[in-house]
Design a protein around this ligand. Sequence first.
Ligand code: CP
Length: 309
Amino acid sequence: MDFKGKDIISITDFSKSDINVIIKYAQKMVPYAKGKEYTRILDGKVLSSLFFEPSTRTRLSFESAMNRLCGRVIGFADPTATSQKKGETLADTIRMADAYSDIIVLRHHLEGAARLAAEFAEAPVINAGDGTGRHPTQCLLDLFTIQTEKKHIEGQKVVLLGDLKYGRTVHSLAYALSLYGAELAFVSPKSLQMPKEVVNECKEQGVNPFSTSKLEKVIHDADVLYVTRIQRERFPDAEEYSRVVGSYQINKAMLSNVKEDLIIMHPLPRVTEISPEIDATPHALYFKQAFNGVPVRMALLSLVTGVML
Ligand code: CP
């Protein structure tokens, strides 16, 4: 694929070989992401960072990535301080960002918002999370993390745990892992099971995920445990949320018979689903995973502008 000018909307738009190109290029970006090497490749380029929903990692790592490449960032993290407050449409906001910048990064509460934005912008649009839809750059950094830690993704036994219904990160990741022939287990309360269309996407790739509500059935054999938060803000019904909140919490006792090299990942933020006592164990990968957002997003910014290291 020629990435120059390409929108990054859903991981399903990319082949395995496209993803491998991004992962390989991101590995080259690591010393630059850590500030150990220096480059000015995006000098003169401007990124619009448009966040209609709260974010810590995605917004700051995109901004760090652009700054590490010597580009500039404009944008907002509080949409109530923009002309949306006066009734401006998303389409018109995107038209303005398109006029003022070379790349648009958009997080929005509505599924499909990024694809819509791409129709109104000449500049490449990168989906930084659209409602309960997709989060392709999170998916890429998750794959990068597994590749870096395990040396390959193929055949890894990956357990996705938690809110699989509303969790956009696991929707993207389940599909992408199935491209690599990973073995998938989905663990969630019954009411938060993985949507059928995502399960079908996995099956189309020849992967038949095992679904259960009992983590103890699969944790002992897992290479990767990917934990997600039960997202209060996604539930249309507060009662539905109160029935599942606190359904699971990973603590040291639960890790007594896991593989020595099990890695625990989480897109973050976490609330109570991983006990802080796990942080100091060799299994905890989630903070390193969050750092990996910088080299991966640097690689994407470079690829979509067509200005390479
Ligand atoms: N993982 C992730 O999307 O985190 P933020 O919501 O903090 O950006």
